[in-house]
Design a protein around this ligand. Sequence first.
Ligand code: ADP
Ligand code: MG
Length: 250
Amino acid sequence: MIELTGVHKSFGAVEVLRGIDLTARAGTVTVILGPSGSGKSTLLRCINHLEKVDRGTVRVDGELIGYRQAGDRLHELSERQILRQRAGIGFVFQNFNLFPHLTALQNVAEAQISALGRYKGVANEKAHELLGLVGLGDRAGAYPRQLSGGQQQRVAIARALALDPKLILFDEPTSALDPELVGEVLDVLHELARAGATMIVVTHEIGFAREAADTVVFMDSGRIVEQGPPHEVLDNPRHERTRAFLSKVL
Ligand code: ADP
Ligand code: MG
């Protein structure tokens, strides 16, 4: 489903991604761990067109992200093609990024109308269904400021799901939450995983990684230091850096 090969990305003179190779099959959960500044967000952003890679390729479902292949030459995609690709990839941010002037229902319906051209009635029906799925069926008319952080994040997850994404990227979805609200968001992630969603989750929640991940990836300084099933990476890390990181977060 997802294949990154030799991905490099610099900001000015700083090389933030230094040759990332990563694959994830459909229906699997990949958890990315790593210290702050190691390039985790940049990696997700390169998968969703929020950043453009300098070198290497990103493929989602066989399709090159950001480029069109003609012979062996790579061409840039049009804005329209980029929007289409981006609509197929859900993104959940640390700070929810809901529209403050729209209700929960409108937040979940909006992109369905603007990006997919769904009729308002269809979009609203789907939004109601998804708000029910994340346990917010009774808060459809609430504005973000009337919701707790955990509820806002669940609306953001419903919004990501509304475009029927092939893949959902989560960038520290619980890091901005009060501790007592983390569980309700992780419960939704667990549910999605059980339902077979393809997910890449950047998080420091080791318990979630242990229970839900098919693959745990540890990043440091723009590189993948190690990756494997949770019991290997979390319980038997081979690299000193992974051990040092885990001893801090566990
Ligand atoms: P992480 O998510 O692992 O904390 P990031 O991907 O956010 O790491 O950042 C990796 C490095 O890239 C950091 O040093 C950060 O300051 C830098 N960086 C990220 N985005 C930009 C940007 N748009 N411009 C310049 N530097 C950036
Ligand atoms: Mg980050």
